[in-house]
Design a protein around this ligand. Structure first.
Ligand SMILES: O=C(O)c1cc(C(=O)O)c2c(n1)C(=O)C(=O)c1cc(C(=O)O)[nH]c1-2
Length: 251
């Protein structure tokens, strides 16, 4: 077992074996399993800790369309570019049409954070920035197949979002359905995106070696997500906030 790659013993001779391996990676490495999420969804955090999570996650959310623009830039194939571009619109929205980033700002604003501060990203943890940048660099530097495969964590996001919506509404009096609208919207967007990416890798990874690259891309991405929560836990649960990062008001 390695933190970085799939065991050599996992069979990857067929597309079905690849899918089984990807689902196993999700079941064992997705950040739904992280102790910070258990606290968040179980109502065990205070408002300042929830603010810290939302503030840091804003950086991930707002970087996703940049990441997707880089993914698009990797494809000569027009059909793939056409399929991928709605992801940018989902997050950026359009003139007069709210997108995911604005919905995320509703969440941070509803939690009492100033939007200009959130958008400045000045208060995020260094580890958040490094992890998110690593994701953008990954889709730039690796093969187009790995770039698509690295989005496959979205296969596992809807279950987590369901858990988050119900857990946070139930446990926190400072959370309401309106400020959770980001997650509600993702429940329909993510499955479409994940299905496309899954079919793509099943079709385009045609050798065991390529299937291994796909599996390792997903492991890389689970690590991008996991380390962000490690950093949040260290800073805001254990109380070791790095210099200059967001410090919640006493609550
Ligand atoms: O709340 C979450 O746990 C979560 C996880 C992920 C993910 O698995 O990468 C995404 C999202 N949310 C999300 O909202 C989102 O738009 C998204 C895009 C992507 C991607 O890799 O392109 N992942 C995710």
């Amino acid at each position: 077992m390695s933190a970085l790659s799939i065991d050599a013993s996992v069979p990857l001779d067929t597309a079905e074996q690849l899918e089984a391996a990807l689902r196993e990676i999700g079941a064992t490495r997705y950040h739904s399993l992280h102790p910070f999420h258990k606290l968040l969804h179980g109502g065990k955090l205070n408002k300042g800790q929830v603010q810290a999570w939302a503030l840091n996650r804003y950086y991930y959310q707002s970087t996703i369309p940049i990441k997707d623009a880089v993914v698009i830039s990797r494809f000569r194939d027009r059909a793939t570019r056409i399929e991928w571009r709605h992801r940018i619109e989902d997050h950026d929205g359009d003139i007069g049409n709210e997108g995911g980033i604005e919905r995320w700002l509703k969440l941070t604003e509803g939690l009492g954070l100033d939007s200009a501060y959130v958008e400045s990203t000045e208060g995020i943890l260094p580890a958040t920035r490094f992890a998110v940048e690593a994701y953008v660099h990954y889709v730039r530097d690796r093969s187009p197949l790995e770039a698509i495969a690295s989005s496959l964590t979205e296969l596992f996001a809807p279950n987590l979002h369901e858990e988050r919506i119900s857990g946070m509404l139930k446990h926190y009096d400072f959370v309401n359905a309106d400020i959770m609208s980001y997650f509600k919207r993702r429940l329909t967007q993510a499955p479409r995106d994940a299905d496309f990416a899954l079919q793509y890798v099943k079709e385009h990874a045609t050798s065991p070696a390529e299937r291994r690259l796909v599996a390792n891309a997903l492991i890389f991405k689970t690590n991008v997500l996991w380390v962000q929560l490690d950093a949040l836990y260290h800073a805001y649960v254990d109380g070791h906030v790095p210099p200059g990062a967001f410090v919640p008001a006493a609550n």
